[in-house]
Design a protein around this ligand. Structure first.
Ligand SMILES: [Mn+2]
Length: 337
């Protein structure tokens, strides 16, 4: 088995089964239960480092609906990522990082005024376990209740790293509106996020007032490149507790056509992955990938891009966990001297 390019079983065990013993055949990439990267489907959060879940809401979109099918599309696209060690990391993240797939948040789509709090309660339950969340939308509105739950746990204001074609800070004085273009306006107004230590990447739609958030437009990223983009992101957020949200429409429609509000001129998947893979220095408390609407997709490329971004976020979280273990060991070693 050691000569096989396939991973032994922490990456390829069945979603509903106990870990498969070494030497047993792995699940084929196109078969079996579609959980994220073949992680166990469970609501038992004991010992979990990261909890993956979906929030299949698309009632807040301003254009095309359909992102309620996003979580399922991202999970399906992730199956082939469970076959080999992730590139370029070259390690099986699940040897050290315990990740479970919690399934999807339930909310009553027919009682819209109850949805926001249902998502907050979903997140609160998971965060109470001590795990970090990696959440799939749904439209981008879901980030607003997710930020509320994270701010409750980690204290407000949080920093935000926000990948998007849109700032989503358009003014909205209706506290209960379901709108996927105004939730960061509300988040700043409520003090959930600190605009001075938050950054938006890939923006290419006009907004008169960006509320003091640092905006790296898509043309800016194209002109200045990955390294300057990264330097700016890292210097803006520093070591503040930071939530990362990735609207898949940050990518150009060439790479992510399956989304609610596509805008030409965006990032390539290569640019986005390079940036995500360098997020290890960030004090990352949680993340989401939203706005995948598979009905407008072609050849599943949008779901695939979202699954890769999410897999790299898990690898970042794994590297952070390993680094923490190393530094604790070093601290312990120094304490003995
Ligand atoms: Mn957007």
């Amino acid at each position: 088995m050691s000569a096989s390019p396939l991973l032994p079983h922490s990456l390829s065990n069945g979603a509903a089964a106990a870990p498969v013993p070494v030497g047993a055949p792995p699940e084929a990439t196109y078969a079996g239960i579609a959980t994220f990267m073949r992680r166990p489907y469970t609501r038992d959060l004991t010992g979990a480092d990261v909890v993956v879940s979906g929030v299949p809401l698309d009632l807040a979109t301003t254009f095309r609906p359909g992102s309620r099918f996003g979580p399922a599309a991202v999970r399906a696209a992730s199956a082939q990522l469970a076959e080999l060690k992730p590139f370029p990391w070259g390690v099986d993240p699940f040897e050290t990082l315990k990740v479970v797939d919690y399934g999807d948040c339930w909310f009553d789509a027919h009682n819209p005024l109850t949805i926001r709090d249902a998502i907050v309660a979903h997140a609160r339950t998971i965060l109470a376990s001590g795990a970090r969340m990696l959440t799939f939308g749904g439209d981008h509105y879901i980030t607003y209740p997710l930020l509320r739950a994270h701010a409750e746990k980690y204290g407000k204001p949080l920093s935000l790293i926000h990948f998007d074609a849109h700032t989503d800070t358009w003014p909205d004085e209706q506290p209960d509106s379901l709108n996927h273009g105004t939730m960061f306006y509300k988040a700043v107004q409520e003090g959930l996020i600190n605009p001075a230590r938050s950054v938006q990447v890939g923006i290419r739609t006009w907004n008169d007032d960006t509320m003091g958030i640092k905006v790296l437009s898509a043309p800016w990223v194209h002109q200045h490149g990955i390294e300057k983009t990264l330097d700016t992101i890292l210097s803006v957020v520093g070591d503040a507790p930071t939530y990362l949200t990735f609207d898949i429409d940050c990518l150009d429609p060439a790479f992510a056509p399956g989304t609610g509000t596509p805008v030409p001129g965006g990032l390539t998947s290569a640019q986005a992955l390079e940036i995500i893979r360098a997020m290890t220095p960030v004090n990352l408390i949680g993340a989401d990938v939203v706005e995948v609407a598979p009905a407008y997709d072609h050849a599943e490329i949008t779901g695939l891009a979202a699954a890769h971004i999410a897999a790299d976020l898990l690898c970042v979280m794994n590297e952070q966990k390993c680094a923490k273990g190393r530094s604790e060991t070093l601290t312990q070693q120094l304490a003995k001297k």
